[in-house]
Design a protein around this ligand. Structure first.
Ligand SMILES: NC(=O)c1ccc[n+]([C@@H]2O[C@H](COP(=O)([O-])OP(=O)(O)OC[C@H]3O[C@@H](n4cnc5c(N)ncnc54)[C@H](OP(=O)(O)O)[C@@H]3O)[C@@H](O)[C@H]2O)c1
Length: 290
């Protein structure tokens, strides 16, 4: 029988690297550490080796369709399938809380549109009873959206891919033509592109779950907490290793029937639709002393 396979996107550093580390310790199969930059990825694999851990490297730029196709063909030929897929790769704002259109486009291409490419080319490889985890954020809870029209549309029980894509396009268009209203997004519209991308990822997770239900594949999204990584320029309550614990639980230990959920860093399953909840990201937490 072929060996089991786990893949973590954007795992040359930060939380993704810690997830790979945990998988190398606990997962009985081949663990793929992937990165957009080959040197950074290979260095990360070497660093794991120094700790006595063996990850396998492959290049994967999630925003580059050809790179995704190349990896999917390689996996198909080498292993025939994937058992665990963790979509972790993402980018955030620099230190600025408001984005130009170009920044917004860059963030959304990597954080949201890449999921559509991955769904197209990697999901067909996921074996029955497999697991997919989309690393979202507190920025991905529906309470980050303040525009009533979009709250209602994203809450529809018969939500479609088109609804999510139009939500994302609505934001991008408003950013491009200067009509973006800060009151449409929580916390005075700070890090709006990142919030929009992560709300879209968590909404997409619900749809992906429905699409894969017949093969008993579980698809969930989660918020890893505010974590001291390059993304937060070192601000945060948790180390990357601590933040990897719930993702590892979700792909290795959680019941298979946990499906389509939005999970908090402490394993609590939240009501993603509760748009009045206080789960949205507050930018002032970045300025706290840790
Ligand atoms: N840190 C937090 O407090 C926090 C909070 C909520 C959610 N999250 C989420 O947790 C996940 C991990 O974040 P992190 O804090 O570990 O951030 P990080 O340290 O900045 O790591 C992000 C990783 O994604 C990779 N990446 C970016 N664009 C990519 C692309 N196009 N293709 C492939 N890989 C790409 C980066 O590679 P390079 O080295 O090449 O840039 C890096 O390996 C993200 O989904 C993030 O949104 C983090």
């Amino acid at each position: 029988m072929s060996r089991k396979v786990a893949v973590v996107t954007g795992s040359n550093k930060g939380i993704g690297y810690s997830i790979v580390k945990g998988l190398c310790k606990r997962f009985d199969g081949v663990v793929y550490l992937t990165s957009r930059d080959v040197n950074r990825g290979k260095t990360a694999v070497e660093n794991l080796k120094k700790e006595g851990l063996q990850a396998t490297y492959h290049q994967l730029d999630v925003a580059d369709k050809n790179s995704v196709i190349k990896f999917s063909e390689y996996l198909r030929q080498t292993h025939g399938g994937i058992d665990i897929l963790i979509n972790n790769a993402a980018v955030a704002n620099s230190v600025e809380l408001y984005n130009t259109y170009e920044e917004s486009k860059y963030i959304i291409d990597i954080n949201y549109y890449s999921h559509l490419t991955i769904q197209e080319y990697l999901f067909p490889l996921i074996r029955n009873n497999g697991r997919v985890l989309n690393i979202s954020s507190d920025c991905g809870h529906l309470s980050n959206v303040r525009n009533k029209y979009w709250i209602d549309r994203l809450s529809k029980k018969d939500l479609t891919r088109n609804d999510i894509n139009e939500f994302v396009s609505w934001y991008l268009e408003s950013s491009k033509n200067g009509t973006f209203k800060r009151e449409d997004i929580a916390d005075e519209g700070t890090v709006a592109a990142y919030r929009v991308s992560k709300v879209a990822v968590s909404a997409l997770t619900i749809l992906q779950q429905k699409e894969l239900a017949s093969r008993n594949i579980s698809v969930n999204s989660m918020h890893p907490g505010l974590v001291r990584t390059d993304m937060t320029v070192g601000a945060g309550f948790y180390s990357a290793d601590q933040a990897a614990e719930t993702p590892l639980y979700l792909v290795l230990d959680a019941p298979q029937d946990l499906k389509g959920a939005y999970v908090w860093y402490d394993r609590k399953i939240l009501d993603w639709y509760d748009y009045n909840a206080d789960y949205y990201f507050k930018s002032k937490t970045l300025k706290m002393k840790y």
